[in-house]
Design a protein around this ligand. Structure first.
Ligand code: TXA
Ligand code: MG
Length: 335
């Protein structure tokens, strides 16, 4: 495939994106959380191309994106809890894992053969225009190569997927910056991935607390959330979390006004939010991990982030970035 074109969001770009999806092609587009890589969810050949472009294992199911609640209800069974969550947070950064309907038009490949399906109605004008114009469900994982951090700009997408996908629709930087919260409403309600919608906000709608997520909890690795591989969202450099000082050769991912005493010894410093705002830190997180990677440090030292509100999702991503790698060569080492 030739170099991938970046096209600025416009009515023409929406038309081209929709036609590309209809032809079985791959389109990256912005959502409020991160950029997604879209394929026609009802077309297994298109979805197979998507897995290949990302180098994603095809046992890891995709989120199906829809333009409205009615479209979601043609895919999955909504009980009262699911409906309450959808009404409260859609359009928005919440993904619901629900039982697939027998008449669900989504192909087996997009759901990795599970009898459940993840659905989301994003709140980004460009995403919504494309979904509306295309009119069919769009499978869209984050538009990064598997194992890398999610892209929050069109250029990030191009860095990972150039020549592997048809077009990138550029709608500017993502306003939230961290992926959607994933909640399963099956026999019970479970938080499968902390994300942009906070645990507290969900608890308020449900009227009760939602099961706390421990990294080793079965919900994270077991069939419910097959994609939650331990080392995920990883930059190329190693990551050390809760760092209060900088070791020789490290780059510093700072947070807040108070830097470690030896911060000036760091190879590079990027501050997620000098004022200590978690929302600002979420917006900057993935771009800064990519930036510190580019600075060439072998290790990124990440300062502690309060584990409240959006901080839970930020800490989750940092923990995954810090998890031991599988020993496979990182992309930088590959020939
Ligand atoms: O914000 C987001 O959610 C972004 C934007 C593009 O919408 N998408 C995203 O997709 O983060 P992805 O593929 O990178 O992460 C989706 C996660 C995966 O870990 C996958 O295993 C999980 O959702 N998932 C998908 N279907 C599932 C299912 N039926 N049951 C459990 N987990 C599921
Ligand atoms: Mg992803």
């Amino acid at each position: 495939m030739p170099a991938t074109r970046i096209v600025r969001a416009s009515p023409e770009a929406t038309k081209e994106a929709s036609a590309t999806l209809a032809a079985g092609g791959l389109v990256a587009f912005p959502t409020e959380t991160v950029y997604g890589l879209g394929a026609d969810a009802t077309n297994d050949a298109a979805v197979a191309k998507l897995y290949a472009a990302k180098e994603r294992p095809s046992f890891n199911p995709l989120i199906v994106h829809v333009p409205d609640l009615a479209a979601a209800q043609r895919i999955a069974a909504f009980d009262a809890r699911a409906l309450a969550l959808a009404r409260a947070f859609w359009p928005g950064a919440l993904t619901l894992v629900l039982r697939k309907l027998p008449s669900c038009p989504v192909g087996l490949l997009a759901t990795a053969g599970l009898d459940t399906v993840a659905v989301r109605l994003p709140n980004h004008p460009v995403a919504r225009d494309i979904l509306q114009a295309f009119g069919k469900p769009v499978a869209a994982p984050s538009a990064n190569r598997s194992g890398r951090v999610s892209p929050t700009s069109a250029v990030n997408v191009k860095d990972d997927l150039d020549g592997r996908i048809d077009i990138i629709v550029d709608g500017g930087p993502c306003p939230v910056g961290i992926e959607s919260t994933i909640v399963a409403c099956l026999d019970g309600v479970a938080l499968l991935r902390p994300g942009a919608v906070t645990r507290d906000a969900i608890a308020k709608v449900l009227g009760h607390a939602i099961a706390p997520l421990a990294p080793e909890a079965p919900a994270r690795g077991a069939p419910l959330a097959p994609g939650m591989l331990a080392s995920h969202y990883a930059p190329r450099a190693a990551v050390r979390v809760n760092a209060v000082t900088v070791e020789p050769g490290e780059a510093l991912l700072a947070f807040g006004p108070q830097l470690p005493a030896n911060a000036r010894e760091a190879k590079a410093v990027l501050n997620l939010s000098p004022t200590g705002s978690l929302a600002e830190a979420a917006v900057n997180l993935f771009a800064y991990l990519r930036g510190l990677d580019a600075a060439g440090a072998a290790t990124i030292a990440a300062m502690p982030i309060p584990n409240e509100g959006l901080g839970e999702a930020i800490n989750d991503r940092l923990r995954h970035a810090a998890a031991p790698r599988d020993g496979a060569p990182r992309p930088r080492d590959a020939p």
